[in-house]
Ligand binder design. Structure first.
Ligand SMILES: CC(C)(COP(=O)(O)OP(=O)(O)OC[C@H]1O[C@@H](n2cnc3c(N)ncnc32)[C@H](O)[C@@H]1OP(=O)(O)O)[C@@H](O)C(=O)NCCC(=O)NCCS
Length: 438
């Protein structure tokens, strides 16, 4: 696409607020082994150099999965995985060291090319690597010793920050060192999200073979909140998408406000994502902070405020403050900026395998974005944990909503005896039931 002068000026003006917003901010960027091998890497490096020259503090974390695999194959070793995690024995560790070492050099070389014949000609980037990632062994799981496969134990955020303060780009890899001088192979996604958390980075940016995360209908998701992403996107991701999304969710839980997932194939996707309003990939944003949790006694007032209008309309049975206080532990709530905007409760019956979903409500201002489903899923998962296989709901006006979600109308006599005894005859609620699999 070639811009004429007017378009160019417009584009430049539109990107200036972003240039201003990103200056002095810390971005952690994950480049998987696939990204580092991709023919588009030189363009990505130019764009990274551009960001660095605009004053963005950059930490790059690279992986090496395909390169490790290639070395294992060429040495005719066996690739061993357990629960989708590589078992790294001594011979495999040599492949890891070899692959990571040569990728590091490749990246350092690319970042130091003086960027001749590139849009970044004349810029100078100083890259530093070091022992910033401390690892520990994954250990033995199901009787399988993961040997040199490890997990992140600590990130030296102070050490990294000092380098960033100096204007250096920090390059980390999927290798971590232990206090016993051992070397461990780590999932690159964990190193990336934990580094972002420890540095309190403004952004975690992860490159992917896809444009971003797609929903079940095959549409690219532009922007999504973590709670919704877990519910809507996680079930329809391939292995890579799942790894990226899980890392993004972990980063979100650790306080990283924004995670971007963008393509390593499309030239310029990094710049489009960071300097245009619509972006190029998927943004997981915590901006309007929201969480789901089990209710505690401080939430009683908020729950009452949420359900009172529905009680007044007769949609919900009236509950006293005392009753809610007594039953508070049965409630799950969605809290946004300290305000309760959704709730649902799970009652258990004496028979040990039946439960009742009650009081499921989403504040009217926050409907039409899946929160009802998220609450239902939460209650179902709590019910499964309690060994419940029959989940009931009593409703006067919402039976279709439940029917669309797998509930079927049953007789009052299908309820456990204790609930039949307290069935509100005057309300003549419909009884619906959903069978939960293990
Ligand atoms: C039920 C509820 C929790 C769902 O919340 P939500 O996930 O934000 O969903 P929405 O309200 O946006 O509704 C989602 C869909 O269900 C439909 N729906 C909502 N309430 C419904 C009802 N009472 N009967 C049938 N369909 C209903 C909506 O029209 C919408 O359909 P669409 O996607 O085809 O447009 C919410 O509507 C609510 O709080 N309702 C009032 C309280 C209530 O009735 N609770 C059940 C008591 S037993």
């Amino acid at each position: 696409m070639i811009l004429n002068t007017t378009e160019y000026v417009k584009f430049f003006r539109q990107s200036s607020p972003y240039i201003h917003a990103h200056r002095g901010k810390t971005f952690v960027m994950m480049l998987s082994g696939e990204t580092v091998d991709h023919p588009n890497l030189p363009h990505i490096i130019h764009d990274i150099a551009l960001l660095s020259s605009l004053g963005v503090r950059l930490v790059l974390v690279h992986g090496a999965r395909p390169q490790i695999d290639e070395r294992i194959r060429s040495r005719e070793l066996e690739r061993v995985f357990h629960n989708d995690v590589r078992v790294t024995d001594k011979a495999a560790l040599e492949c890891v060291k070899d692959a990571v070492g040569s990728l590091r050099l490749k990246l350092e070389a690319q970042l130091s090319t003086g960027l001749v014949n590139s849009p970044m000609y004349g810029s100078r980037i100083r890259v530093v690597s070091g022992n910033y990632v401390t690892a520990q062994p994954l250990g033995v799981v199901d009787g399988i010793d993961y040997l040199h496969s490890g997990e992140v134990r600590r990130i030296d955020a102070k050490g990294i920050s000092r380098q960033l303060d100096e204007g250096n780009v920090v390059l980390l890899s999927c290798i971590g060192l232990s206090s016993t001088a051992e070397i461990f192979n780590l999932p690159v996604e964990s190193v990336a999200h934990q580094t972002a958390q420890e540095l309190k980075a403004e952004k975690l940016i992860m490159f992917s073979a896809n444009k971003g995360l797609f929903n079940a209908e095959g549409e690219l998701t532009r922007s999504i909140r973590p709670l919704e992403a877990r519910h809507k996107l996680l079930p329809c991701q391939d292995a890579e998408g799942r790894r990226l999304l899980m890392a993004a969710l972990e980063a979100g839980q650790g306080g990283v406000m924004r995670t971007h997932i963008i393509s390593h194939e499309d030239d310029g996707s990094l710049l489009v994502e960071l300097f245009t309003r619509d972006g190029a990939g998927t943004l997981l944003t915590l901006d309007r902070y929201e969480e789901m949790r089990t209710a505690s006694i401080e939430d009683v007032g908020g729950i009452l405020e949420l359900i009172r209008p529905l009680e007044e309309k007769g949609i919900l049975v009236r509950r006293s403050r005392k009753q809610i206080e007594r039953e508070i532990g049965l409630f799950s709530v969605i809290v946004r900026d300290g305000m309760i905007i959704g709730c649902a409760a799970l009652h258990l019956f004496k028979d040990g395998h039946s439960g009742e979903l009650a009081c499921i409500v989403v504040h009217p201002d926050y409907r039409r974005s899946d929160r009802g489903d998220v609450l239902l899923e939460q209650i179902e998962s709590r019910a499964r944990e309690e060994g419940i296989s029959r989940l009931f709901v009593l409703t006067t006006r919402t039976s279709h909503w439940f029917a669309e979600r797998g509930f079927e109308q049953v007789m009052v006599t299908d309820l456990p005896q204790d609930r039949q005894n307290s069935y509100p005859v005057a309300r003549a609620s419909k009884v619906l039931m959903k069978t939960l699999d293990e």
